[in-house]
Design a protein around this ligand. Structure first.
Ligand SMILES: NC(=O)c1ccc[n+]([C@@H]2O[C@H](COP(=O)([O-])OP(=O)(O)OC[C@H]3O[C@@H](n4cnc5c(N)ncnc54)[C@H](O)[C@@H]3O)[C@@H](O)[C@H]2O)c1
Length: 368
């Protein structure tokens, strides 16, 4: 099969799994080069994964063979790198969030559309076996019409394990922009777009202490809310409740649940690709485990990039698309805006639910 060449920009923590899956799992992809502001990081990953070259971002963007730039930089650089990629004639797939500001998100989508290029964005976990099974259960009517949903992401931040955790407490970070994309994207992929939101947010600890290496002992000034509680009215009428928090030591909350007129659905961790998926239908006395109906239960980060490559090949839309990512960005901003302004915020963006994946696929492929 003819491969689509991708270039990786940003060779930090998350780049390893992308490089592994792009090189070893998805047959349509081939990594042509990698780049990082810190050249040693790019060189180390190029060596580890046997890439043809490690180079500067400019050299990568000038490489005519590269069709998709996979932008794995920290959130503050997502817009700059994505805009430069599109300006250089490349399709681009960003890590989440799409951009920090709505204005940059709109600029990116507009520029890409004008040039006939595609924009994609993480998370692509909703293409995994767990969430695709949930999608099928909802579409097949197992819980009836969705009435409500809950989504909870609680932890005490990432400064105890991430080697360079400062960005989690700066604009573009915080629990909503960091982890919210998994939860909001999963809900939108399962139930469709959101119409309006309200919420409350706070900064609990104005300073955080890094306890991971190599920055152990460094203090971080917190610039964004670290606890965000929100309510979403979906266009389908369902009411969603979400909490994302870096301020909670322990909780007994589920990850995501969807409550329908005919039963309830327990959705697995949207930061992963597998199960468990459980259903409890009206009248049942306990939850039942549902076998996964779809492929890709393992860590398949990069599946969204592969989906874009298939889209480029056949002309079909790709699922982890810019329209969806911009809507999710808009929802996340709206929680913060609603809290600051003390009101409901009507959303101006919307999106279509991405098409479900086929149930049977040969491993490493998407369309055949
Ligand atoms: N670490 C995780 O577990 C994880 C999981 C999922 C998603 N993400 C997302 O992936 C992205 C990267 O996270 P990470 O944990 O790998 O961060 P990281 O800090 O470990 O790596 C980011 C890399 O990008 C490079 N970089 C920054 N700006 C650049 C620019 N303008 N040009 C070229 N290189 C640049 C940095 O030098 C660094 O090597 C973030 O958007 C994050 O939200 C991270």
């Amino acid at each position: 099969m003819e491969t689509t060449k991708v270039g990786i920009v940003g060779c930090g923590n998350i780049s390893g799994i992308y490089l592994k899956n792009c090189q070893e799992v998805f047959e349509i992809l081939e990594v042509g080069a990698c780049a990082d502001l810190v050249p040693e990081r790019a060189r180390a990953q190029a060596e580890k994964f046997g890439l043809p070259k490690a180079c500067t971002v400019e050299q990568l963007l000038a490489d005519e063979e590269i069709r998709i730039v996979v932008n794995l930089t920290t959130p503050n650089a997502h817009a700059e790198v994505a805009l430069a990629s599109v300006a250089a004639g490349k399709n681009v797939h960003n890590e989440k969030p799409l951009t920090v500001t709505r204005a940059d998100g709109r600029k990116l989508l507009k520029m890409a559309e004008a040039k006939g290029l595609r924009v994609g964005c993480a998370p692509d976990t909703f293409l995994g076996a767990g969430l695709q099974t949930c999608r099928k259960l909802i579409d097949d009517g197992w819980i009836g019409q969705p009435v409500a949903a809950t989504a909870f992401m609680t932890c005490h931040g990432h400064e105890s394990w991430h080697p360079d955790p400062e960005f989690y407490y700066k604009p573009g970070g915080g629990p909503m922009f960091d982890m919210g994309p998994y939860y909001v994207t999963a809900l939108v992929a399962l139930m469709g777009p959101v119409k309006r939101v309200t919420g409350s947010a706070r900064i609990t600890f104005p300073q955080r202490l890094i306890t991971s290496q190599p920055k152990f002992g460094t203090k971080i000034a917190v610039e964004v809310p670290s606890h965000v509680a929100g309510v979403m009215d979906f266009a389908n009428g369902a009411v969603g409740t979400i909490i994302t928090s870096f301020d909670i030591w322990a909780a007994n909350l589920p990850r995501i649940e969807i409550y329908g007129t005919e039963g309830s659905l327990s959705v697995p961790d949207p930061n992963g690709f597998g199960g468990p998926v459980r259903v409890r239908r009206a009248g049942a006395s306990e939850w039942s485990d549902v076998p996964l109906t779809h492929p890709y239960p393992q860590n398949s980060r990069g599946i969204g990039v592969a989906d874009m490559a298939y889209g480029l090949r056949s002309g079909r839309p790709h699922r982890t698309n810019g329209e969806l990512a911009y809507h999710v960005l808009d929802v996340m901003h709206a929680f913060h805006d609603a809290s600051e302004q003390g009101r409901h915020v009507e959303l101006t963006s919307s999106c279509r639910r991405p098409a479900p994946l086929p149930m049977s696929l040969r491993h490493g492929t998407l369309d055949e």
